[in-house]
Design a protein around this ligand. Sequence first.
Ligand code: GLN
Length: 235
Amino acid sequence: MCRHAAWLGAPRSLATLIGEPEHGLLTQSYAPRMQRHGRVNADGFGMGWYDDARAEPVRYRRSVPIWADANLPALAEVARSRCLLAAVRSATAGMPVEETATAPFTDGRHLLSHNGRAGREAVRSLAADAESTCDSAWLAAGVFALLRAGTPLGAALADTVTRAAGKDPAARLNLLACDGTALAATTWGDTLFLRPGGDGVLVASEPLDDDPAWRAVPDRHLVLATAGDVRVEPL
Ligand code: GLN
């Protein structure tokens, strides 16, 4: 199970998801506290953010462990945005370890990450093609196809999760996605936590620190966050 995290609110750096918090994604890559599947997240990492200079987000991903990228800390300190998403990966057995299998996946304004596992048949029915044979890349392609057809972000995630779970009841489908002004996430088989605060909201597979304001999202729920509003509803 990979670990992912996102922020929506006042501008802040990607380091606030990765290296700064005591249990940020850097620590979670080798010592996650709540991981149910896999022990380390050393099969790649990625991050995405929004900048006024581009219509689309900036995405940086690699297939090496996050601790092995000596250039990352400085980049993560200066990559600042109102909307951030990052992930560290523990590849599911049989999935390729390559950059194209690594979150965040992106299309247009969207960034997407997946914690979990889904059967080949279940995910291949969602889209015509994907950039990798990895289950997460197919799930991302399925969500992006719905978004391109005009489906709202939350509905695209909910629809993709329920369709994939219908074909593979054992699938684990925690998705996290954003478009620069909204975040959406699902819980389907793994943990997810929210930390609403004065200047924004954090969403993460597990808390980034010991702040008592973190609260668990129940399983099989959809989280929808926009500026000043966080909703959690059953899937
Ligand atoms: N199945 C996905 C992969 O192989 C996600 C793995 C995970 O959540 N650990 O990358």
